[in-house]
Design a protein. Structure first.
Length: 207
């Protein structure tokens, strides 16, 4: 496991040397590792046995690679557990990127570019609406595909890599904007203006 983790973490850091290269790097890296090897390497069975599916939304377990890291980037590998009909609620981000690899199960995945943002809403452009299963990696960029929404079609687990603190000048380590997709309004050119909402409201409505 140590060798696997060393190689994987080195690969992850290579993948995030520049944000522009993030999605290419993480895609190449994770496509080179079979899900079964990844699951063995991150002790999936042990982690999954410790978390139960949530009644709303998801549960997560931190993956421990056993490294001391001094870089300012915060690198958070996690396992997500999402039961049938539950979701990773629709949301966009600032100052972070992430990648999500289903290990088991299936999801309806929707993604959107983040075009503009103000205190109350995001303007977003749909980019993807597809079914994904084990091995179908999805990632987000700083703006491109930055909004995502996963609804589990069956009990599912994902391996997620979350990188925060991209901009050291920012007051926020990262920000997440939960979106009320049912209240979306057309904004021209296929774009949508979508109001933001609190986590608790979003979980009640979409979790
Ligand atoms: Fe996200």
């Amino acid at each position: 496991m140590a060798d696997f983790c060393s190689a994987t973490v080195a690969g992850f850091y290579a993948a995030v040397d520049t944000v522009a290269d993030w999605r290419t790097g993480i895609g190449e890296l994770l496509s080179s590792v079979p899900e079964t090897d990844l699951m063995a390497g991150v002790d999936f069975d042990g982690l999954a046995s410790k978390i139960e599916f949530a009644e709303l939304g998801v549960t997560t377990a931190r993956v421990d690679f056993g490294f001391d890291e001094t870089r300012t980037l915060n690198f958070l590998p996690k396992i997500f557990a999402v039961d049938t009909g539950r979701s990773i609620i629709p949301h966009g981000h600032a100052n972070m990127v992430s990648a999500h690899l289903p290990l088991t199960g299936a999801f309806r995945l929707r993604q959107y570019d983040q075009v503009m943002r103000n205190a109350r809403s995001l303007i977003i452009q749909p980019t993807a609406d597809r079914l994904i299963g084990a091995g179908d990696l999805s990632s987000i960029g700083e703006d491109d595909d930055n909004v995502h929404w996963f609804i589990a079609e069956e009990p599912s687990y994902t391996f997620d890599v979350i990188v925060t603190g991209l901009d050291e000048e920012s007051d926020h380590q990262f920000e997440i904007f939960n979106l009320d997709m049912e209240a979306a309004e057309p904004n021209g050119n296929g774009r949508l203006r979508v109001p933001t909402m609190s986590v608790s409201e979003a979980l009640r409505k979409y979790g």
